[in-house]
Design a protein around this ligand. Structure first.
Ligand code: ADP
Length: 427
């Protein structure tokens, strides 16, 4: 195990794991900090936390606990604190406090911070974060309900969250390559800087930064830096890093995302003749045993060898109408609980290839399935890999899972994902 990542949310963990796998590392992702440090065979381990918006003290404690657990797997592993490429945080944190707590825990005096991920339109220039062609503070992130980002100057943003001094390694230095970057790190550390925001506007910059930071005890970044690090430790893209066990069993899709992309993907699945059951939250609230009804419907189709879909996905107007009747929170929880229980029932009935659409929905399903770790496999679409996991609901079998954040994936995602998984297995 060469690299231990601590991700501040679930889909962010899968995102960084996906980049590491593509760069040739075998990656296991754990859900939270596991109780034991047993039998993990991987080049990198990603611990998925939910620490982006939790109270600072809790985020710090969980992150330090994760780093201690990772360091038990390998005391000299590099620790990579992964946050969002839009630097999602409040004026108090949690990026700054977690970074400083990890520096203390690891006994290191210098680290970097860069959310740059040019492939996804996130670039940092002169310390300012751009989202596509606009500054972070002019992007839709300025209206985010929990972490509104109203300042694009990352030195200023991070400094407000930190006790240590924050500085900048700007693009003039980065483009000169790894040696120049390292030299600059040394200079600014002498000047009293402990955390350097580093500019990166394209993949070449991230590769140079990877070479300059491969020996650091701690790096902090979005998922972009994960493209540049593995090569420094001798990893190269290869098919075996992403190979998962051969898939089997029945196929199912559960969708609780109401995003535009998921709506299109569901339409495409139904248009292609797929068997799909729509859930209406108002009816769910009135039904005696909604999960039993769902499973009765799916069992009939599964028995005929069909792949099944169950979805609560609806357009904006319908969601608003439901929320007006039930309340947004109640409606959301009801759907998540139903789809989670459906996931468990489907797997008990023999489903071993499951796609879940929606970030919160994925969390609910993974929890209901009692999954505590996943092996990361090949990418279906950017940010969404196939994974392999064990669930008590599948007794001794393993199962394949794809957890799709709402807005990710092409319109034909569902059919393409199953085809890809089963085609790869037959090669
Ligand atoms: P995304 O990744 O698109 O944000 P999530 O699963 O994270 O998807 O969030 C979608 C939320 O909307 C969940 O809490 C889900 O339970 C809720 N939801 C799903 N369908 C409906 C619906 N028809 N009416 C109201 N809320 C819904």
């Amino acid at each position: 195990m060469r690299l231990g990542c601590i991700a501040d949310d679930f889909t962010g963990a899968t995102d960084v794991a996906n980049n590491l796998v593509r760069a040739g590392m075998r990656v296991v992702q754990t859900i939270g900090v596991p109780k034991d440090a047993a039998d993990i065979d991987a080049d990198a381990v990603v611990v998925a936390l939910k620490s982006r918006t939790t109270p600072g003290a809790q985020a710090v404690a969980e992150s330090v606990q994760a780093s201690e657990w990772l360091r038990r797997l390998n005391p000299s592993a590099q620790i990579y604190f992964k946050y969002c490429s839009t630097f999602d945080s409040t004026s108090k944190g949690n990026i700054g406090p977690v970074t400083e707590a990890l520096m203390n825990a690891l006994g290191t005096t210098f680290t970097i911070a860069t959310p740059a991920f040019p492939n996804n339109g996130r670039s940092v220039f002169k310390g300012h974060l751009f989202v596509g062609d606009v500054l972070l503070s002019e992007s839709s992130m300025r209206h985010h309900p929990l972490t509104p980002m109203t300042d694009a100057n990352l030195v200023r943003v991070l400094q407000a969250q930190c006790e240590r001094r924050v500085g900048l390694v700007d693009h003039r230095v980065v483009r000169q390559g790894p040696d120049a970057i390292k030299q600059r790190f040394g200079q600014i550390e002498q000047e009293g800087v402990s955390i350097a925001i580093v500019d990166a506007i394209d993949n070449e910059d991230l590769l140079a930064l990877g070479a300059a930071t491969a020996d650091m005890a701690l790096v902090t970044a979005g998922s972009g830096l994960a493209m540049g690090l593995p090569a420094q430790w001798g990893f190269a893209p290869n098919a075996s890093a992403q190979r998962l066990p051969i898939p089997g069993g029945a196929q199912a899709i559960l969708a609780g995302s109401c995003s535009a992309a998921t709506q299109r993907q569901i339409r495409a699945f139904i248009d292609a003749g797929g068997a799909a059951l729509a859930l209406d939250p108002v009816q769910l609230a009135q039904a005696k045993d909604p999960v039993a009804e769902v499973l009765a419907w799916t069992q009939l189709r599964l028995a005929k060898g069909e792949r099944v879909m169950v979805y609560s996905t609806a357009d904006v107007e319908s969601v608003k109408a439901v929320q007006a009747r039930l309340g947004a929170q109640v409606a959301g929880e009801l759907v998540e609980r139903t789809l989670g229980a459906a996931a468990q029932g489907l797997v008990q009935c023999g489903v071993r290839q499951l796609i879940v659409a929606g970030g919160e929905t994925s969390g609910a399903c993974v929890q209901a399935l009692g999954i505590d770790r996943m092996q990361i496999g090949p990418q279906i679409d950017p940010g969404v890999p196939w994974c392999y996991a064990h669930s008590p609901a599948a007794s001794e079998d393993g199962m394949h899972l794809a957890l799709k954040s709402g807005n990710f994936g092409s319109d034909d995602f569902f059919i393409k994902a199953f085809e890809m998984l089963n085609d790869e297995a037959s090669v």
